[in-house]
Design a protein around this ligand. Structure first.
Ligand SMILES: NC(=O)c1ccc[n+]([C@@H]2O[C@H](COP(=O)([O-])OP(=O)(O)OC[C@H]3O[C@@H](n4cnc5c(N)ncnc54)[C@H](O)[C@@H]3O)[C@@H](O)[C@H]2O)c1
Length: 251
């Protein structure tokens, strides 16, 4: 194989939040390249229907990613029935727009469990087999909120994404010598139900005014960044966060 080989053919990916806007685009993009995919989502019916539409080998795991026992038993089944993952995309997430005073302890815990704890649980599950293979790609879908303080997003959501970035750095450093890369993607305002259902028309037009590129991001563009980070040729990139913020912040 050429040293320029970028092929993902035959690799196995676990994608959490697979039925959402970004998750779907990611699965479709990876499937088109011959990747075998484990669809992880809490919405079992929609995961089964989506699985049937993907032209690749698929496995559905209906699981609440914020529940550590559910994740570890789902992962045991996946490993036994479908094999070990080469690629993990932590994409499951929930949005909450409540700012500090309106954030209840219950909401804080729920958002942290789904957005942050889940990335820890899935990373812990996949890393041992990646160490054995000396190859792994962990890709965490964070958010521009982590460094913008959350423009419209609330306190718990913003803190969960900041935590995800630190988790990315920590795990990247720990496994850098073992062929495992851990990176994040920090998008803002991707056209998925998360944006269309939760922002008013007025909020959307104000945001478009502020965005230098004058449009929202597409799920396909995020999937493209996932694919880039998953590449065998991206092995020298670890602990990196790809900003997808349409020029809102340069650094
Ligand atoms: N859409 C955006 O503007 C945007 C911007 C920045 C970051 N993100 C992040 O990208 C990721 C995907 O977002 P999206 O826009 O595709 O959202 P989405 O709402 O379309 O999809 C989220 C998916 O996660 C699943 N999910 C929710 N809770 C779950 C749980 N407990 N267990 C398992 N699955 C669960 C949902 O069923 C859904 O399929 C999220 O982590 C989100 O925070 C989105």
């Amino acid at each position: 194989m050429s040293s320029f080989s970028d092929s993902l053919e035959g690799r196995t990916a676990i994608v959490t939040g697979a039925c959402g806007g970004i998750g779907r685009a990611t699965c479709e993009r990876l499937a088109a390249e011959g990747v075998r995919i484990v669809l992880v989502d809490i919405e079992e019916e929609s995961a089964q229907a989506f699985a049937a539409s993907l032209g690749t080998e698929v496995y559905v795991a209906a699981v609440d990613v914020g529940d550590p026992d559910a994740v570890s038993s789902a992962h045991r089944r996946i490993a036994k029935d479908f094999g070990d993952a080469d690629i993990l995309v932590n994409c499951a997430g929930i949005l909450s727009n409540n700012k500090l005073k309106a954030t209840s302890a219950e909401e804080w815990r729920k958002v942290m469990a789904v957005n942050l704890d889940s990335a820890l649980y899935w990373s812990q599950a996949v890393v041992p087999a990646m160490q054995d293979k000396k190859f792994g790609r962990i890709i965490n879908i964070a958010s521009f909120a982590w460094k913008a303080g959350g423009l419209t997003a609330g306190t718990a959501y913003t803190a969960s994404k900041g935590g995800m970035i630190s988790l990315t750095f920590s795990v990247a450093l720990e496994f850098a010598a073992e062929g495992i890369t851990v990176n994040g993607i920090a998008p803002c305002y991707v056209m998925t139900p998360m944006v269309t259902e939760q922002l008013s028309a007025q909020q959307r037009s104000e945001l478009l005014e502020k965005l230098p590129v004058k449009r929202f991001c597409t799920p396909e563009e995020v999937a493209h960044s996932v694919r880039y980070l998953a590449s065998p040729l991206s092995g020298f990139i670890t602990g990196e966060i790809i900003d997808m913020n349409g020029g809102l912040q340069f650094d």
